[in-house]
Ligand binder design. Structure first.
Ligand SMILES: Nc1ncnc2c1ncn2[C@@H]1O[C@H](COP(=O)(O)OP(=O)(O)OP(=O)(O)O)[C@@H](O)[C@H]1O
Ligand SMILES: [Mg+2]
Length: 320
């Protein structure tokens, strides 16, 4: 399969009163058609900013974004407008991302009207009915308002709106985090079924590793704006190599009463992303830091085939 998206050396810095806040700092990845890249990391590590920059909702400070081989920053206004059709977003909180004054039919029809895809009211009504059926929403909800729906149905509306223009790529920013666990599974299954049928590529953002385990082909772990580990999903769960990823996995609850973890749990907090010091950004939380870690930022290296890690002492940490 072809790469639909290639991101190289992407940076997004915000100017804040204390200096430059490095929200996304030198992130590179690629995504193939019909595949999912999971992006995980704690609150504030830059996941949403990455998604927004990739979609063009925020300008990049540096780096390149190629969509279907074309540099998105070099597109003219019309090309950018067409590109936006192919790149959509599903948000975490369907309640605040849906206009409370619009009914379900109008919310799903809105992108069709903006892009003038269909002409007559009948065509639009038929397309909305199709989309509602695709996302598992009964047509009797067509004239309901977001506040009249439960969380799962609201998220189905959010997904329907993202699907309306038949996009190729969807950024899913914590799409199930606000939902009950049983509803989470339904929505994840729906998203997977839709991917198989329509060959979407997903950038699936979450702070919860267990959510991306089954939906992702590859997973990228972010820490303070940078990528610290990247590999296939199964490999990440079976052989995590970075001390941070090990800590994240250890934090996933074991569904067995009385079961204990032997692995090290994460302590402390993210350090400040404003004017970050040289050195490894994880140094203050690592269980085996050295002088080198305090001085020099480790680059992302391919330690095993297809398994990239940014740690000076990955061999020692893993007894390799
Ligand atoms: N518009 C902005 N101006 C200044 N700083 C910002 C802006 N948007 C985000 N940030 C900062 O950038 C960093 C990354 O934020 P971001 O929202 O991307 O993190 P996140 O990983 O999505 O977190 P969460 O899991 O809480 O959603 C944070 O330190 C945040 O405070
Ligand atoms: Mg976020």
């Amino acid at each position: 399969m072809e790469n639909i998206l290639e991101v190289r050396g992407l940076k997004k810095y915000f100017e804040v009163s204390g200096g430059n806040l490095h929200a996304v700092d030198d992130v590179s990845f690629e995504l193939k058609q019909a595949e999912t890249l999971g992006v995980v990391g704690e609150s504030g590590c830059g996941k949403s900013t990455l998604g927004r920059v990739v979609l063009g909702l925020l300008d990049a400070t540096d780096g390149s974004i190629l969509f279907e081989g074309k540099e998105t920053a070099r597109l003219n206004k019309n090309e950018r407008f067409s590109l936006r059709k192919n790149m959509q977003m599903i948000f975490q909180d369907p309640y605040s991302s849906l206009d409370p004054r619009m009914c379900v039919r109008d919310i799903i029809a809105q992108p069709l009207l903006i892009y003038r895809c269909l002409n007559s009211k009948d065509e639009i009504d038929n397309r909305v009915a199709d989309i509602m059926q695709t996302v598992g929403l009964d047509i009797r909800f067509a004239f309901s308002y977001p506040h009249e729906l439960d969380g799962g149905r609201r998220q189905r509306v959010g997904i329907g709106r993202a699907l309306a223009l038949n996009p190729k790529f969807i950024v899913c920013d914590e799409p199930v985090s606000a939902l009950d666990v049983s509803i989470q599974a339904q929505i994840l299954n729906l998203m997977q079924d839709l991917q198989q049928e329509k060959k979407f590529s997903y950038l699936f953002i979450t702070h919860d590793l267990s959510v991306v385990k089954h939906i992702s082909n590859n997973i990228m772990v972010m820490y303070l704006g940078g990528v610290i580990e990247k590999c296939e999903s199964d490999q990440l769960f079976e052989h995590p190599l970075h001390p941070y990823t090990k800590g994240l996995l250890a934090a996933i609850p074991i569904p067995v009463p009385g079961a204990k973890r032997e692995r090290e749990l994460l302590k402390g907090e993210l350090s400040s992303p404003i004017n970050p010091k040289p050195g490894c950004r994880f140094v203050n939380r690592c269980f085996c830091p050295t002088d080198l870690c305090g001085r020099q930022q480790p680059s992302l290296k391919e330690i095993l085939p297809g398994h990239f890690v940014a740690c000076h002492h990955v061999e020692r940490v893993n007894d390799m």
